[in-house]
Design a protein around this ligand. Structure first.
Ligand code: BG6
Length: 472
């Protein structure tokens, strides 16, 4: 039995363009759905505007200004020993309005520079095409992913970037947390949609998911044609659900809670909607009508690997009075687990279970591309940041993933903890909810010098990578 992780294991970190780049209006970039969302706080919805209002504060506009600091940031990633860096391309830098005929050269050039800088340090880019960011124009003009036209626009964008970076990027991910759009009651981040009172919400939910799945499949197919060496993955939000008790009925409801991730996984990995989808349709009371040829499209666009985010688990019960916790993925409180200040239950063993559930079902290489703990950090007088809580969280999760690989023989490509450098929270728009190994001096009002500094976890993760996960 292999006692260690394989050499070549992809240690790295993950970010998303709209949460770190800033420069929201520079070099021809168009407005995105993230650019009109205000900051908020835990448990309160972020206010969404139809345009930029003069006195409002929009955290994505500056982010942590990766756009102007990428050289410094990549140098710090290299100092930690990153083998890969998961990032996303902002669709609005390439096609500012989404339906433009021609791409924006300045946007393409920016990512050329970023990929060249990564290459300088031997860091492999892992690039997400759609990470909670799309042109606002597509929402206003076409109703976002409700419209099938979006599939064409998204595929045009995918082809342009695949062609442009075919010799610079090998690992691609189509949609971040593609299944989150159906889980969310208001999938603005995920799909640019706020449901209207006069629409059949269940049908729209299934349709926006379907359109994204078609766009993903067509992009995968195009990518493989452009460069057969591309490795293109799906990305699921993995929400592990346990039965609250050993009552058989609790087992049924907890399995049903997980249907959205498995129905999306089934389409992207196997190429068809399975029984999980049919049951989900019944549960939400909706019906998907596919067009002729859709089944073939899905069949021809199967992914090469499965990436996923894992943050917490919840429990399910037939008892409607149980306490609920979580974020967009909500569920019951588990009395055996600790919980973060933002109400996310800490469950490292659940990561081992998640890896096993996905690998048993699909037998494709897995990639953990998000995991981590949002916490408040304190900067000491001497500038140091002692984030032992973050180290503990990551230690326990890495230990669990090693068990999945070494004991359970799961095929795992790599590990990219979320927000390797502090960035804007997707859920709340806060800066104080920090995930990074690298601290960024910026607060919830947008004040701060943007100075970067190393936290204790920075030095710890560097050792983890140097020892290929032996030093925890
Ligand atoms: C994932 C998203 O769901 O969770 C990220 O892909 C997000 O974009 C991350 O930032 C953590 O969530 P939050 O709300 O703490 O930023």
């Amino acid at each position: 039995m292999a006692k260690r992780l394989a050499e070549g294991f992809l240690w790295g970190g993950a970010t998303a363009a709209n949460q770190c780049e800033g420069a929201y209006h520079e070099d021809g970039k168009g407005l995105s759905i993230a650019d009109v969302e205000m900051g908020s706080r835990a448990g309160v919805r972020r206010e969404i505007h139809d345009d930029i209002y003069p006195d409002a504060y929009y955290p994505s506009h500056v982010g942590v200004d990766f756009y102007h600091h990428y050289k410094e940031d990549i140098k710090l990633f290299a100092e930690m020993g990153f083998k890969c860096y998961r990032m996303s391309i902002a669709w609005t830098r390439i096609f500012p309005n989404g339906d433009d005929e021609l791409p924006n050269e300045a946007g393409l050039a920016f990512y050329d520079d970023v990929f060249d800088e990564l290459k300088k340090y031997g860091i492999e880019p892992v690039v997400t095409l759609h990470h909670y960011e799309m042109p606002l124009n597509l929402v206003k003009k076409y109703g976002s992913w409700r419209s099938r036209k979006l599939v064409d626009f998204a595929v045009r964008y995918a082809k342009v970037v695949f062609e442009r970076y075919k010799d610079k990027v090998k690992y691609w991910i189509t949609f971040n947390e593609i299944n989150a759009a159906v889980i969310s009651p208001r999938p603005w981040h995920q799909a640019g949609v706020v449901y209207q009172e006069d629409e059949n919400v269940a049908d729209v939910k299934l349709l926006i998911g379907h359109h994204q799945l078609l766009a993903s499949a067509l992009s995968v197919k195009a990518g493989h044609e452009i460069n057969p060496d591309f490795q293109i993955g799906c990305m699921l939000i993995f929400h592990l659900s346990y039965a609250m008790t050993c009552r058989p009925e609790d087992q049924i409801v907890s399995r049903e809670k997980m249907l959205p991730q498995f129905y999306f996984g089934d389409v992207q990995v196997r190429g068809y909607y399975s029984n999980s989808f049919k049951r989900y349709e019944d549960m939400v009371g909706g019906k998907l009508t596919m067009e002729p040829g859709d089944a073939e499209i899905l069949q021809e666009g199967k992914v090469d690997f499965i990436s996923f985010s894992y943050y917490f688990s919840t429990v399910e019960s037939t008892d409607p009075t149980i306490e609920t916790v979580g974020n967009v993925a909500k569920g019951g409180r588990n009395p055996y687990l600790n919980i973060t200040k933002w109400g996310w239950q800490i469950d490292p063993i659940g990561l081992r279970t998640a890896l096993n559930q996905l690998y048993d079902r699909y037998q494709l290489p897995l990639f953990i591309v998000e995991n981590g703990m949002g916490e408040l950090d304190t900067v000491e007088d001497d500038g140091s940041i002692h984030d032992e809580y973050r180290i503990k969280y990551l230690q326990d999760h890495i230990s669990a993933l090693k068990d999945a690989v070494i004991i359970d023989h799961v095929d795992l490509m790599g590990y990219c903890p979320w927000g390797c450098i502090d960035l804007v929270s997707a859920g709340t728009g806060e800066m104080k909810k920090r995930y990074g190994f690298i601290y960024v001096d910026k607060d919830d009002k947008g004040d701060g010098t943007l100075k970067r500094s190393r936290k204790d976890s920075f030095y710890w993760y560097k050792k983890v990578i140097a020892t290929n996960g032996e030093h925890l």
